[in-house]
Write a protein that binds this ligand. Structure first.
Ligand SMILES: Cc1cc2nc3c(=O)[nH]c(=O)nc-3n(C[C@H](O)[C@H](O)[C@H](O)COP(=O)(O)OP(=O)(O)OC[C@H]3O[C@@H](n4cnc5c(N)ncnc54)[C@H](O)[C@@H]3O)c2cc1C
Length: 406
């Protein structure tokens, strides 16, 4: 299977209607418009080639090459100008406040929230309560709950405190719990994603994943005990993570310098090397000696290089990018990988107008939600790079709907 390095437009799916007539694919047609908006309104610069064409990269789980990334390689390219824009528009941003309760009036309309000021950590029983009245509506955008060990382990007991997480400390569930207490329907709470490309040699997200995630298509990962691959390196995160955990030991992600795009080298590889997460070796012999790799590794490397040359992975069916080259003379870059909790697919159920639904599947008037706080948008396993599209498309929609809400 060969990946052509160009954007293929997805088919117009129209309204995909699911259970009880609820459209299941909110905002799927607005991605391009939103991408253009990030440039015209926020001035976001996306990575291009020398001729100014947008660079697209292969990403785990996708069936075609379609992932784009900011020129600086980080999401702050979007969040910083967004914050500046909001500030410029005179919208106050309150920090250090925890939403702990939602209020509905006698008609069921969402009319305000309680926030606790100076709460301790993520404990909703602490802090001074302050009440905020909603003039038009309330938008829930509290993100996922990957860092809330008690909550996530209730829904998937495998994911207790022994499993690390890539999220920031505020990725907890108290706002979601408050929304549920106010009558919101929550779905898919046990669909919790692990990122397979994390490093067991650092805590949290750290420095390794940004580099590895964007480079999995171009190298191979092997079990150091057997010297063999165990899965397609471009499998979706669920398949890849399950394969690693079932196999039982961190894999070695192996790539040589010629297979690392310049942008990823500068933005992400160097920081991973500086942090000691990724190690550089001049030759493959040095790699074999360092990790005491068995003889089978040489045979695996030869097979893998044949797959790259033929654009046909006979072992795991990985899509080989057109610009991938057989692993050559070096230098080589090696990173150990082991999964960590990364994304929570579950949250409040919304409809195509970003309205939060109640347990009878009726919209709660004046209540909207977007981003990782919602559930049902991504199915069982979010594809890498689709969260940003979800957050921006549905975040804009939720804001527009709230502004029009009476
Ligand atoms: C390390 C990392 C890298 C990622 N890289 C990519 C990528 O390359 N591409 C991609 O598409 N996706 C990526 N994702 C996923 C994507 O970034 C997230 O899904 C997305 O940022 C979620 O945005 P959000 O606005 O819904 O929530 P967030 O950005 O998480 O914002 C929610 C905010 O609400 C605050 N909050 C929570 N509870 C309360 C409360 N009770 N009261 C007040 N405030 C509260 C949180 O502290 C947080 O500040 C990545 C995720 C991580 C963790």
């Amino acid at each position: 299977m060969v990946i052509r390095g160009r954007i293929r437009r997805e088919k117009d799916h129209g309204d995909i209607v699911g259970q009880k007539g609820i459209p299941q694919d909110p905002g799927s047609e607005k991605s391009n418009e939103t991408w253009e908006w990030t440039q015209s309104e926020l001035g976001v610069e996306w990575d291009t080639d020398e001729d100014g064409n947008i660079n697209v990269i292969p990403y785990g789980g996708h069936n075609t090459v379609r992932t784009i990334h900011p020129a600086i390689g980080h999401g702050s390219a979007i969040t910083v100008p967004l914050t500046e824009k909001v500030t410029e528009m005179g919208v106050p941003i309150g920090t250090g406040r925890m939403v702990t309760k939602f209020f509905r009036d006698e008609t069921g309309r969402m009319v305000g929230v309680q926030v606790n000021e100076k709460a301790k950590g993520n404990d909703p029983t602490t802090g001074n309560p302050v009440y905020i009245k909603a003039n038009k509506g309330v938008v829930l955008a509290s993100g996922g709950f990957g860092k809330d060990v008690a909550w996530r382990a209730q829904h998937d007991p495998h994911l207790d405190e022994t499993v690390d997480c890539t999220n920031q400390d505020g990725a907890t569930a108290e706002a979601l719990a408050a929304a549920m207490k106010a009558g919101a329907l929550a779905v898919h709470l046990d669909w919790i994603q692990l990122g397979p490309w994390c490093s067991p040699d650092e805590t949290g997200y750290g420095k390794g994943p940004s580099y590895i995630d964007a480079n999995v298509a171009y190298g191979m990962s092997i079990d150091p005990q057997t010297g063999k691959r165990i899965v397609s390196e471009l499998a979706d995160r669920r398949v890849y993570s399950n394969a690693i955990v079932e196999n039982g030991v961190p894999l070695l992600q192996i790539v040589d310098e010629q297979n690392i795009p310049k942008w990823n080298y500068e933005a992400n590889l160097q920081p991973a090397i500086d942090a000691g997460i990724t190690k550089k070796f001049d030759t493959i012999e040095d790699v074999i000696a360092e990790y005491s790799l068995p003889d089978e590794f040489r045979a695996q490397l030869e097979r893998y290089n044949t797959y790259v040359e033929n654009r046909n992975d006979e072992e795991f069916g990985k899509m080989i990018p057109e610009d991938a080259k057989p692993l050559g003379d070096g230098p080589y870059y090696i990173t150990r990988i082991w999964p960590k909790v990364h994304h929570t697919m579950g949250g409040v159920k919304t409809n195509m107008d970003a309205q939060v639904l109640d347990v009878d599947l009726n919209p709660i008037p004046g209540f909207f939600a977007a981003g990782e706080a919602t559930g049902g948008v991504h199915g069982a396993c979010r594809l890498g790079s689709c969260a940003t599209a979800d957050c921006l498309v549905n975040g804009r929609l939720a804001g527009q709907m709230a502004a029009q809400s009476e």
